[in-house]
Design a protein around this ligand. Sequence first.
Ligand SMILES: [Zn+2]
Length: 166
Amino acid sequence: MNDSDSELSSPLLTPDGNEAVERCPICKRLNSPGACDTCDHFFGSYWDGEIIWSNQFEEFSHEWEALGALVEEVTQSLGKSWTEFVKLTKTGISTAKLNALDPSDCSASSALMELVDFDSGPVIVTDGMLSGEGSSLYLKNANVIEETISAIRSIRKKVEALGSAT
Ligand SMILES: [Zn+2]
């Protein structure tokens, strides 16, 4: 099967009448993320290394940064490392994956890209003033984000308890 690039070279419209930029890789709906006109699989955009246009990402990012600050503080006061905290918490996320993502020096965008298996839309490259490169992120099962956020939260609770026990 050919991909949708050639098909999209003539202007196609989304079901809501906006000019379509891409198709959802999951349900094939024509989407226009810039017009906020997408199917429910659309999660956000990954643009120049940052996740943008995503409400759920804000929540994750908030949680991740709180964990990062806490880990930094507690590793200093307790002399423990991130991997030791990971070992103590059962999260459903692979330990090896988490070990590689110390929240005190890994951005929320790169962490979520590692933790969640997104489907990507076509890569878009722009030049000029707002030049950059990126693609849309799609997710078949939105619960994955909630699960990831609650896993991060449970690690934070664990680290918090350790920190206050001293
Ligand atoms: Zn879809």
